[in-house]
Unconditional design. Sequence first.
Length: 184
Amino acid sequence: MLAPDYPITTERLLLRPIDVERDLEDLHAYLSREDVCRYIPPVPKDRDALRESYAAWKRPSVLRREGEVLCLGVEHRDSGRLIGDVVLFWHSKEQRSGEIGYAFNPEFHGQGFATETARALLGLAFDGLGLHRVTARVDERNEASARVIERLGMRKEAVERDAEWFKGEWTTLVHYAMLEDEWR
């Protein structure tokens, strides 16, 4: 089980559960953009659709069993703005495996926020949940995301050509992983 004490603090950020009413404008600032949604499952949404989708999917702030997903907002400590969101998937209790993912407002790209946040997610996965292996999957065209994953020390393990029919086209996925002893 993983029940973090929120907010989770990093040098410049707070990771916390998303409050759709409080965070709606900041969520809309990036999740309404085609360039942000290009490589992630959500499609661009207007404010009403975002509010509805966040209200419909109850995002747990605690992981109790495999198969659950922790979704957190990333708040910039100085401005109080939500600048992105992250997910930690708990795939298997027996295999002690999980996966991380993230999306950020392009206004905040290039400042190390994604790396700082993903490092905190790996800490939750390995130190908090006790996982043995954490993966990340990146569309090969998303070079910025791959650089973040590589800066964390995750190793490229596989490239799957035309692996997934995604948003009307075949996409090639690059798989990265880190083991618990590599994290330590």
